[in-house]
Design a protein around this ligand. Structure first.
Ligand code: SAM
Length: 323
C-alpha cells in the first residue's frame, strides 16, 4: 500500500506578508541563520524520513520563497526520489521562481489566498501584491506545477462573503480551492489589533461553507479517494472544492504528518510545543542516518498516543511551523 507519511519542512520563519491572524504587524523574534538547519542538514533529515517510510515532502514557512536558493533544496529533495514534492506559498514570488523550481524537481504548488479583492488583500495581509499572486498562479500553471491548489482561511465578517467568488474562481481558473477553518494560533490574541483573540464569532464551520455553496450552486458530490486532511467535493462533476476542518471535524486519526521547523525541531503535531531537537542530534550528537531514522520512527509512534487537548488550550506559531 502507498505510504501517506508526510514530512512538512518549514525552511524559514521569515515572511513578507503580515496576515492579521498569523503574524503581528511588527514581526516576531526570528531564528538566526546560524540556528537554522542548512539545506544539507534538511536533506539528511529528509533522507532518514524516507528510510522511516515517508514518501512525500511539503515545503512551507514562514514564506519558503523568502529563503535564498530554495531551488537548490528542491533539487536535493527531488534527488531522494519522493512520490510527492510540493510547496505551500503566499504566491508573491512564484513569478520569479516557478520555472526554476519545476526544473529543480518541484511537482506542485499550493497558494494561500484569502481574498480576490485588492483592497481586502491589503487589509488581510497588511501588504500589497494581489496582482503578483495572480501572476504567480499563472506562472505556476505555465511551469507545470499542477494540480494547483488554493488555501483559503474563512473568517466571519472578514472574507466569508467571498465564498461564492472563490467557487467561481475554482471553476474558471481550474484550481482546487480548499476552505480552511480558522484555528486559534498564536497570531490571534489580545495583541492582534484587527481581530483580537480567536472566538466563535470569527469562526465559520466547514459544514456551513459547504451548505452555503450548495445553496448557491447546487449539490456537491464527495470525490472518490482521500486527500490527506481535506474532504474533497466535486461541483458539476469537475470543480474540486476542499474543506479542511481541524476544529469542527478533526482529522487527527488519519494524520501521518511530521513537521520539521526551521530551527530543526521535529514536531508530531502543529500543537506539539516540545518536539525533538534534530539540530542538536545533527550538530552535537553527530547522529548518523540510523540514529536520525530512529528518532523519526519514534516520532511517528508517538503520534498514536498524542492527545491534542482542548481547543481553548491550543496555540501554535503557525508562522514558524507552517500551516
Ligand atoms: N507562507 C506560506 C503560505 O502563505 O502558504 C506558508 C506558511 S503559512 C503560515 C501556511 C498556511 O497557514 C496559510 O495558508 C495560512 O493561511 C495558514 N494559517 C495561518 N494561521 C492560521 C490560522 N490561525 N488558522 C488557519 N490557517 C492559518
Amino acid at each position: 500500500m502507498r505510504s501517506s507519511k508526510v514530512l512538512r519542512i518549514s525552511v524559514t520563519d521569515r515572511c513578507d506578508l503580515r496576515c492579521v491572524y498569523c503574524m503581528p504587524e511588527e514581526g516576531v523574534p526570528l531564528v538566526s541563520m546560524a540556528e537554522m538547519l542548512t539545506y544539507e542538514e534538511i536533506e539528511a533529515v529528509a533522507r532518514a524520513a524516507m528510510a522511516a517510510g515517508v514518501r512525500r515532502f511539503r515545503l512551507t514557512g514562514g514564506e519558503p520563497l523568502a529563503r535564498r536558493g530554495l531551488a537548490s533544496l528542491v533539487r536535493l529533495l527531488a534527488g531522494l526520489g519522493p512520490d510527492d514534492l510540493a510547496l505551500t506559498t503566499n504566491g508573491l514570488h512564484l513569478v520569479d521562481f516557478a520555472a526554476d523550481l519545476k526544473a529543480a524537481g518541484l511537482m506542485r504548488v499550493t497558494v494561500s489566498l484569502d481574498t480576490l479583492r485588492r483592497d481586502r488583500f491589503e487589509t488581510i495581509t497588511r501588504r500589497a501584491g494581489l496582482e503578483r499572486v495572480f501572476a504567480g498562479i499563472a506562472a505556476a500553471r505555465a511551469a507545470g506545477l499542477v494540480p494547483l491548489k488554493i488555501n483559503t482561511v474563512v473568517i466571519r465578517g472578514v472574507n466569508d462573503d467571498e465564498i461564492a467568488d472563490f467557487v467561481r474562481f475554482a471553476r474558471e481558473e481550474r484550481v482546487e480551492v480548499r476552505f480552511i477553518e480558522l484555528m486559534p494560533t498564536s497570531g490571534l490574541g489580545p495583541g492582534c489589533k484587527e481581530l483580537g483573540s480567536w472566538r466563535p464569532a470569527l469562526f465559520v464551520k466547514g459544514k456551513e461553507v459547504r451548505a452555503r455553496i450548495e445553496e448557491a450552486f447546487g449539490p456537491l458530490i464527495q470525490a472518490p479517494g482521500a486527500d490527506g486532511v481535506a474532504a474533497i467535493h466535486l461541483l458539476d462533476g469537475a470543480t474540486r472544492l476542499g474543506f479542511i476542518t481541524p476544529l469542527s471535524d478533526p482529522f487527527c486519526r488519519g494524520c501521518e504528518r511530521l513537521r520539521l521547523g526551521p530551527d530543526g525541531r521535529l514536531r508530531i503535531c502543529l500543537f506539539d510545543r516540545a518536539g525533538v531537537d534534530m539540530r542538536k542530534a545533527l550538530r552535537e550528537d553527530k547522529a548518523g542516518p540510523a540514529e536520525l531514522e530512529a528518532l523519526i520512527r519514534t516520532a511517528f509512534e508517538a503520534k498514536a498516543d498524542w492527545e491534542r487537548g482542548a481547543l481553548e488550550s491550543l496555540s501554535s506559531d503557525m508562522f514558524r511551523i507552517g500551516g
